[in-house]
Write a protein that binds this ligand. Structure first.
Ligand code: SF4
Ligand code: SF4
Ligand code: SF4
Length: 429
């Protein structure tokens, strides 16, 4: 009761402040936070502790600025400082009460969605504040509307994280959210194609072929945004770009799903991956260095993309393995290799009886006989997590140094779901 009595006015004060400074989106942000406060949500204490903690910092900053301004002008400031001090203290007390509640009743069901909410809202807020262009799409149509996107996607992330906590349900939810991302991405592309340039990140259209993430900068010698974004995901979640975040990978997954039980990756796959990686990036670099026209580079990239779709429709459908992602796409190969800088892994427990049931679940071909013998998923593993619930003896786990299996999996869900939600909210291409 006391928590609610302190929370609601704190959020209303923050909404009023946002309104006063001319930010309707910010006003709605704090009003939606009020809805979170009264809704029966398990994770709300973590979310409100974070939001009100931020509110406390905000009031402190406002008070400091206003008092300094008044002092500089020789105006009375004590009454103002006292009023803002009380508002700040109420906000801080509400934040601490929520933190105390969250800490005392800390369970994965509340902690994981709560952290996913906070990570998403913090990530989107930083992206919104720190990028020169309107990175959140809604800001391009409604000034300050991005704040509404920030809090709604935070809520969405909390909901998805809660759904993915169950290892049985997680494969289905992963495929759903991956498909949602791909649909949103291509919807945005189509809108860009028919002339609504405001849906494109920079107003310019790029071919939606993952290989161009690295091949594009190699050809042009600039435009490193996507490669930096890709590298950040490698640092945060290893190769999981290729199981949760890529707009094309979802297609390959869908194609492979047409065969119920996947086969195994052929032994020559690695050689083909090396060859394609060197060929694609080498050709892009040489085209750029030799000053070949953009039209030629775009035509070659388009051919590469069309052949990729053919690979999905023929080989992925036939083998049940995501052949496009595990053999053809050079970005997948880079993700697998450089993703190793991130410590999350899929490990097999010592009690594994080598029954091979999990082999028939992995569409990345990362649980072949040799991988099982080695007690860890192979190079092509994308940390999708689909195999975890397939082992009847519970021997498959996410592994992160220093963490228990469940904590490692929970941490992975928080980060990957937040990244998914952040990617949904920002302009792409
Ligand atoms: S392998 Fe390529 S197409 Fe597949 S998910 Fe990774 S980046 Fe995307
Ligand atoms: S080993 Fe497991 S987590 Fe890795 S790709 Fe295969 S199914 Fe996904
Ligand atoms: S399903 Fe479990 S026991 Fe069987 S091979 Fe895989 S990890 Fe080992």
């Amino acid at each position: 009761m006391v928590t609610t009595i302190l929370t609601i006015p704190s959020l209303l004060f923050l909404a009023a402040h946002a309104f006063r400074v001319g930010s309707p989106g910010g006003t709605i942000f704090w009003l939606v936070a009020g809805v979170v406060a009264v809704a029966p949500l398990q994770w709300k204490n973590w979310a409100l502790a974070g939001l009100l903690g931020f509110g406390t910092w905000l009031w402190g900053d406002i008070a400091f600025t206003l008092v300094q301004q008044r002092m500089a002008l020789g105006l009375p400031w004590l009454r103002l400082a006292a009023i803002l001090g009380v508002v700040n203290a109420v906000c801080l007390a509400a934040a601490l009460l929520h933190f105390n509640r969250a800490w005392r009743h800390s369970r994965p069901g509340s902690l994981v969605p709560g952290l996913a909410f906070l990570l998403t809202t913090v990530g989107l807020s930083i992206a919104k504040q720190k990028t020169a262009l309107d990175i959140i799409l809604l800001d391009r149509f409604f000034p300050s509307g991005g704040w509404l996107v920030v809090i709604l996607l935070g809520w969405y992330a909390a909901w998805i994280a809660g759904k993915m906590l169950s290892s049985e349900d997680s494969p289905q939810w992963r495929r759903r959210v991956w498909a949602i991302f791909s649909v949103v991405f291509f919807l945005q592309l189509i809108l860009g194609l028919v002339g609504f340039e405001r849906f494109l990140m920079t107003g310019k259209l790029h071919l939606p072929i993952p290989a161009l993430i690295a091949a594009g900068p190699l050809y042009r010698g600039d435009g490193f945004f996507m490669i930096i974004l890709f590298a950040v995901t490698l640092i945060l979640v290893g190769p999981a770009w290729c199981s949760h975040l890529c707009y094309i990978g979802a297609w390959d997954n869908w194609a492979a799903m047409s065969k119920k039980r996947p086969g195994t990756l052929a032994g020559w796959t690695k050689v083909v991956r090396w060859f394609l990686c060197l060929a694609v990036f080498g050709v892009a670099f040489l085209l750029g260095k030799s000053g070949q026209p953009l039209s030629l580079a775009v035509a070659l990239a388009a051919v590469f993309g069309v052949v990729g779709i053919f690979v999905m429709l023929v080989w992925s459908r036939r083998t049940g393995i995501m052949t496009h992602c595990t053999t053809y796409c050079p970005m997948g190969f880079l993700a697998n290799i450089f993703g190793k800088i991130n410590p999350w892994r899929i490990r097999i427990g010592a009690g594994c009886c080598k029954c091979g049931i999990c082999t028939g679940v992995c569409r990345y071909g990362a649980l072949a006989g040799l991988d099982i013998e080695a007690y860890q998923a192979g190079l092509s593993c994308s940390l999708c997590g689909d195999c975890i619930s397939s082992c009847p003896h519970g021997h498959l786990h996410y592994h992160f140094p220093g963490l228990g299996y469940e904590t490692a999996r929970s941490g992975f869900i928080v980060v990957i779901v937040a990244l998914h939600a952040i990617f949904l909210g920002v302009a792409r291409l």
